[in-house]
Write a protein that binds this ligand. Structure first.
Ligand SMILES: [Zn+2]
Length: 243
């Protein structure tokens, strides 16, 4: 199947298998599924065994770190030989500042594993864009995605220099900060994502919105849609070894 679109960050375990199958075939899409904890990581791996054009990532989301044991962290990592990607992992001082110390401990454990096995990281960095970037460099991570990038515009250059990527979310339709990011970011670091299923400011984020998101990026950058779409697929091929 020719691939036209990519959803590089999707909470796929919250969709039924046949619903995912429909997204993938309807849009000729590849979906990257991310885990929140052990149970959802396991489900993501299970889905990957049954779906084509579906790439699994496993992890513990920073919002979950406060309620998850270190044994669970190790159980998630025991699944690492089945995947090429760790996510959703990272740091968040914007929504869950109270658990930041424990988040750092967990994230370092994921960074160590990713570095050792040369895995891709699908990262959450709300309020911690620079810190996460510096940690990726410190641990010599070769491949990383900053999901739903709304960080400093000045950091984009460094992200480009390191060969890392950012995802653009359907919220780019109305989120001003995110639109500025699309204006500034070079095409060579862009990917698309849904972060779905998620209700956000009146829209239901899900993979069906990816074609619209590509159209929106094309409008903002004043470049034709086909060029944007092909650049994003090209970027995905560089990043995901299995594509
Ligand atoms: Zn997410």
């Amino acid at each position: 199947m020719e691939i036209l679109y990519i959803d590089a960050h999707c909470h796929a375990d919250d969709f039924e298998l046949n619903v995912l199958e429909n997204f993938i075939s309807r849009h000729k899409m590849v979906i990257i599924g991310v885990g929140m904890d052990y149970a959802s990581s396991l489900k993501i791996i299970h889905y990957a065994e049954q779906l084509r054009n579906f790439i699994p990532c496993i992890g513990i989301h920073p919002w979950k770190v406060g309620e998850v044991s270190e044994q669970e962290l190790e159980r998630v990592l025991s699944l690492a030989d089945k995947v090429d990607c760790l996510g959703e992992v990272g740091l968040d001082t914007k929504f869950v500042p109270e658990t930041i110390d424990r988040q750092r401990k967990f994230f370092e454990r994921f960074l160590k594993a990713a570095s050792e096995y040369d895995m891709l990281l699908n990262v959450h960095s709300a309020g911690t864009w620079e810190e996460v970037f510096n940690l990726l460099r410190k641990f010599e991570i070769r491949r990383a995605i900053f999901h739903w990038y709304t960080g400093p515009l000045g950091l984009l250059k460094h992200i480009e220099n390191e060969g890392y990527f950012i995802t653009i979310n359907p919220s780019v339709r109305f989120q001003k900060k995110h639109r500025r990011v699309v204006e500034e970011a070079p095409l060579s670091i862009l990917l698309t994502e849904s972060d779905g299923p998620y209700q956000y400011r009146g829209i239901f984020l899900n993979p069906d919105l990816i074609p619209d998101t590509v159209r929106e990026i094309a409008q903002i950058k004043n470049i034709n849609e086909k060029t944007i779409r092909e650049a994003i697929i090209h970027n995905s091929m560089k990043l995901f070894t299995s594509l």
